[in-house]
Design a protein around this ligand. Structure first.
Ligand code: SF4
Length: 720
């Protein structure tokens, strides 16, 4: 009897699912709205309950009025209450029990007639699960004046627009995803379970014409590290979300059953659409299908088969302007989190790119122009990156003796030049590709590239870290093999760095030989097939190391170490050890001062000054990741005292704030505190802020260095 009272209570939160139940119970709902079909389902459940002899009231079970409070309290503690489609208060539950006691049956007060619909609740239509913009604020220049949060509950298949709480208004990008993850995700939850959430947010400056400001933050609890994760991607999605006035999207809950869905968002609203036809497809095909259906200009966030199979190193990708689905929020397995929620793709349709609301357009324009000049005048941002992309680093890091070769066994690789940015530019031009390319409109550093492969397909881009992990790390000096491995990862939906580290571990174990490109390709192809080896590879370097008894596993907090050896670039070593993200070069890129001599110089082989360097960079990076600016602006910003004030000026002009550079530092510190708080709640301790043992015991050629920064010093990184 409580069943249909509860059903009545839940009805407004998951009308679509009740209509599914009606169909499953053999009812004819043809021509009915979701709401009417849901009523049919509840009637059918009532009949079924009577048929199988379920009592019609609590009195029949001997329950007394005085028992209700305890029963309601117990109900609130019951695990089912957490997955209930509609959040119930103690009073709600008491009310249900009272009605059940008094045999009020379904004539309950929890009616969900449209007239009682609250603002922000769904407007469902016949076909899909929809959430229109009827309740949204007025729009200006294509974007909502008042930003909203789009919440998609996959348990209830409910889409809802929410006002942005006051505390989130000044946050964007990583600042927002990390804060929301801390606030909404229980730190000890199962990363692939119903309590984890995937939060997707554009940066504060995204959607404006601030140069290189279209970065997207994707956050959640990482199935790879078990800690908090923000993975950051280029591509065209961030600008479109910002121009639709979407501050963040939150994907939560888990749907019952094995069906796949996609979300479509445009200026009319958001819609959850069945997508079983996309299941099992690679990201390239998925993106192509979505662009064919919804227009060439749409942004498509998607996962590949690795994410569908819930592999811990699966990434979330989105496309560039050319439609290449290769701009990855790759690290930490957030593709598996999206897969756990059965979301195959998110299509964002917005014709605007640079029209996010700006409070003071003239002030903003002047600041953006100044910032462009700061970038273009810098040798790395204005010349190095636009000429050869990030892979210009291959020869530089090799020369510095910090290029991890043969699974972090030595620091130089004879074949480095064969997989370098210079070589890539040469081959790409010969084959009609592009040595330089912007991953989103408005990027003036254009570090990306388009590499045509011998089979006629295109790999875009090949980043330095990817060229390293499939090149020197495996002792492979063939750019076409590197491109093929990169392409496979992009298509199956795997983080390239994790995949490369994992193949290095497999080579260390003797599963594949070092230097054998074909063997590496064959192994990686196992991922899509979902074989045992494929699943081990998709689970990342730490799992692979354990599976094959390898002790030299280059990973911190379960995440593979990227392309700069921590013994010859010790500032990066400090970052790898201590960042809340697990080993991540972008979290505090000490290559700047260690090797490139940008923002000063700290000897990369010595321990002195590395903790302070990493600390300052981690704080600055966290703040940059909140703005939506590409991290590569840091090269210019670190060298030019006008850099940070100009970023602050753009933010102030856009939001009408009066922030100072000190506020930006405070924001970076706050983000790190939030992330560390989550990890602490998840069970992380100081012992997790350490490098693998072999970095402290094995000497690294050519400088014969070990990682010798003491544990006590590492524990000082977040001393602010
Ligand atoms: S510099 Fe490169 S990664 Fe950064 S936004 Fe531009 S093209 Fe994308």
């Amino acid at each position: 009897m409580n069943g249909f009272l509860c059903n009545r209570f839940n009805l407004i939160a998951c009308t679509g699912r009740f209509s599914d139940i009606a169909v499953a119970m053999g009812e004819n709902i043809e021509g009915l709205s979701f709401r009417a079909a849901a009523d049919v389902a509840i009637d059918a459940i009532k009949v079924l309950s009577a048929d199988v002899g379920i009592p019609s009231g609590l009195k029949e079970l001997g329950v007394k009025e005085r028992d209700l409070h305890v029963m309601a309290q117990n109900a609130m503690k019951d695990a089912c209450s957490f997955t209930n489609p509609r959040t119930a208060t103690l009073e709600d539950v008491m009310d249900i029990y009272r009605k059940a006691l008094n045999n009020e049956g379904e004539a309950a007060a929890f009616s969900s007639t449209p007239s009682q619909k609250q603002e922000g609740e769904n407007n469902f239509t016949e076909n899909n699960y929809k959430c229109t913009n009827d309740n949204r604020s007025k729009k200006a220049k294509g974007a909502s004046e008042v930003p909203k949060i789009l919440r998609v509950n996959m348990t209830a298949k409910e889409l809802k627009w929410e006002d942005v709480p006051e505390k989130y208004l000044a946050l964007g990008g990583r600042a927002l995803t990390s804060q929301m993850v801390l606030d909404e995700v229980p730190a000890t939850c199962e990363a692939l379970g119903g309590f984890n959430k995937l939060v997707i947010a554009p940066g504060l400056l995204s959607g404006t014409n601030a140069p290189s400001s279209g970065r997207l933050s994707v956050g959640g609890k990482s199935p790879l590290t078990g800690g908090i994760k923000e993975a950051n991607a280029g591509g065209i999605t961030s600008q479109k979300l910002a121009n639709l006035g979407i501050k963040a999207m939150v994907l939560e809950g888990l749907p019952a059953g094995n069906d796949w869905y996609m979300i479509k968002i445009n200026s009319e609203g958001a819609e959850l659409i069945p997508a079983n036809d996309l299941a099992g497809k690679g990201t390239y095909e998925t993106t192509a299908i979505c662009r064919q259906r919804y227009g060439e200009k749409v942004a498509v966030i998607t996962i590949g088969p690795a994410g569908e199979m819930l592999m811990a190193s699966a990434g979330v990708t989105n496309n560039d302007s050319d439609g290449n689905s290769s701009r990855y929020a790759g690290r930490g397995g957030l593709g598996a989190v999206m897969g756990s929620k059965k979301i195959k793709a998110i299509v964002v349709d917005c014709p605007k790119t640079f029209d996010a609301p700006v409070k003071d357009p003239e002030r903003f324009k002047a600041a953006a122009k100044k910032f462009s000049k700061i970038l273009l005048d810098h040798p790395v941002c204005g010349q190095g990156l636009p000429s050869y992309g990030t892979n210009v680093l291959m020869n530089i890091i090799n020369e510095a003796g910090a290029l991890p070769t043969r699974n972090f066994s030595r620091g130089r690789f004879d074949g480095a030049n064969d997989v370098s940015g210079e070589k890539l530019a040469e081959v790409a031009k010969e084959r009609g590709g592009k040595a330089t390319h912007a991953c989103h409109p408005g990027c003036i550093m254009r570090c990306s590239n388009v590499y045509p492969m011998p089979d006629g397909k295109v790999c875009a881009p090949i980043e330095y870290e990817t060229a390293w992990c499939f090149g020197p790390n495996l002792e492979i000096n063939d750019l076409d093999v590197v491109a093929k491995l990169n392409y496979i990862c992009n298509d199956v939906g795997l983080d390239t760095i994790e995949a490369g580290c994992t193949l290095g571990v497999l080579a260390e174990a003797g599963v594949i030989p070092f230097g054998d490109g074909e063997a590496a390709i064959k192994a990686l192809e196992e991922v899509e097939k979902g074989t045992s080896l494929g699943r081990i590879i998709g689970s990342g370097s730490t799992v692979a190391g354990k599976a094959f008894g390898v002790t030299r596993i280059p990973a911190v907090k379960g995440q593979g170490i990227p392309a700069y050896d921590p013994r010859s670039c010790k500032g990066n070593g400090v970052t790898y050890a201590t960042t809340p993200m697990g080993a991540d070069h972008t979290a505090g890129y000490a290559v700047t001062a260690n090797i490139l001599k940008v923002g000063g110089h700290v000897d990369p082989t010595k321990s002195e000054g590395q903790v302070e360097l990493s600390r300052n960079l981690q704080v600055a990076t966290a703040a940059v990741d909140a703005t939506g600016l590409c991290l590569f602006v840091a090269f210019a910003v670190l060298d030019n005292p006008e850099g940070v004030p100009t970023i602050v000026e753009m933010i102030n002009a856009q939001y009408g704030t009066e922030l100072t550079p000190d506020d930006v530092v405070a924001l970076g510190q706050q983000i790190l505190k939030v992330e560390r708080e989550f990890n602490k709640k998840a069970g992380f301790t100081k012992a997790d802020d350490r490098l693998p043992e072999f970095f402290t015991t094995e000497e690294f050629e050519p400088h014969n260095t070990k990682f010798d920064i003491k544990d006590e010093e590492l524990d000082e990184v977040f001393n602010f």
